[in-house]
Design a protein. Structure first.
Length: 270
């Protein structure tokens, strides 16, 4: 018969390991169609697993540490035997991830670069964190270290966005939003430029990949109207040639650079 501590370890890790297996399998099966090779699809599945695990375990660890009062500022020495069911669950989740992630690391160790370091890290981590569960020690330190897993979504998310071709779009949106916010705050005031900043950022985020991330460094319509107030039209100004109804009813098409051209008979949209 196994020791009760080992039985509790198996019962705690088993369901989470099954959930990790399902997550990895779904990532492998629903990988983008351009990832044809199994080794690439496996890497995609591992990345999805790492992203989801980083989000889940960091939230659980933060809540467990706060509920147990592990991070209160006191002069009393830490109790290395302190533990709660919530802290044990956090370690169960982490061990399940390590055990699941070891499978593709072993299988594709010749195709993936740097797998030796990851295999060594995962193996030693399983020993150390398993000991923390079996002996009930250092849960206060373990839960604090699990907060570092919050960086995993950012590290693996870069590969995820790059695979889906959205990395440049996100980078452009963030950069343009910051620049527009600063520029609008300077030109229109901290509060007056809020709406204009949002409109500029949205426009550049959409058009940035097609025309460059920092295209058209010109003030938008709201800036131009604020900087150049409209002058009263003189009574002697000449009206444009043609009636406005005739001009607006012309069929037009939009060129690549944003201007408008009338349709011709031999080139129709559609």
């Amino acid at each position: 018969m196994l020791d009760p501590a080992w039985q509790d370890l198996g019962r705690g890790v088993g369901p989470w390991w099954a959930a990790a297996m399902v997550t990895y399998s779904l990532g492998y099966l629903f990988a983008p169609s351009k990832l044809v090779k199994p080794v690439d699809r496996a890497y995609y599945g591992s990345s999805i697993l790492a992203i989801l695990h980083g989000i889940v375990v960091s939230i659980l660890a933060l809540k467990a540490g706060l509920d147990a009062g592990f991070w209160t500022m006191t002069w009393e020495p830490w109790d290395y035997q302190a533990q709660t069911p919530a802290t044990a669950r956090c370690i169960h989740v982490f061990l399940a991830f390590l055990l699941m992630d070891l499978l593709p690391l072993f299988y594709y160790r010749k195709e993936w670069a740097g797998t030796g370091m990851y295999i060594g890290h995962h193996t030693l981590s399983c020993v150390a964190w398993g000991d923390a569960l079996l002996n009930g020690t250092c849960h206060n330190i373990a839960v604090g270290l699990l907060l570092c897993e919050a960086t995993s979504p950012f590290i693996n998310g870069r590969y995820f966005l790059s695979t889906h071709g959205a990395q440049s779009t996100v980078r452009c949106a963030v950069r343009c939003a910051v620049r527009c916010a600063v520029r609008c705050a300077v030109r229109c005031g901290a509060w007056g430029g809020t709406w204009c900043s949002a409109m500029c950022a949205a426009r550049r985020a959409v058009l940035g990949p097609a025309r460059g991330p920092l295209h058209a460094e010109k003030p938008c319509a709201a800036h131009r109207s604020a900087a150049q107030p409209q002058q009263p039209r003189s009574s002697g100004a000449r009206a444009p040639i043609g009636r406005s109804q005739e001009l607006t009813n012309l069929p037009v098409q939009r060129c690549g650079h944003g201007s408008l051209l009338p349709h011709s008979e031999d080139h129709r949209h559609g």
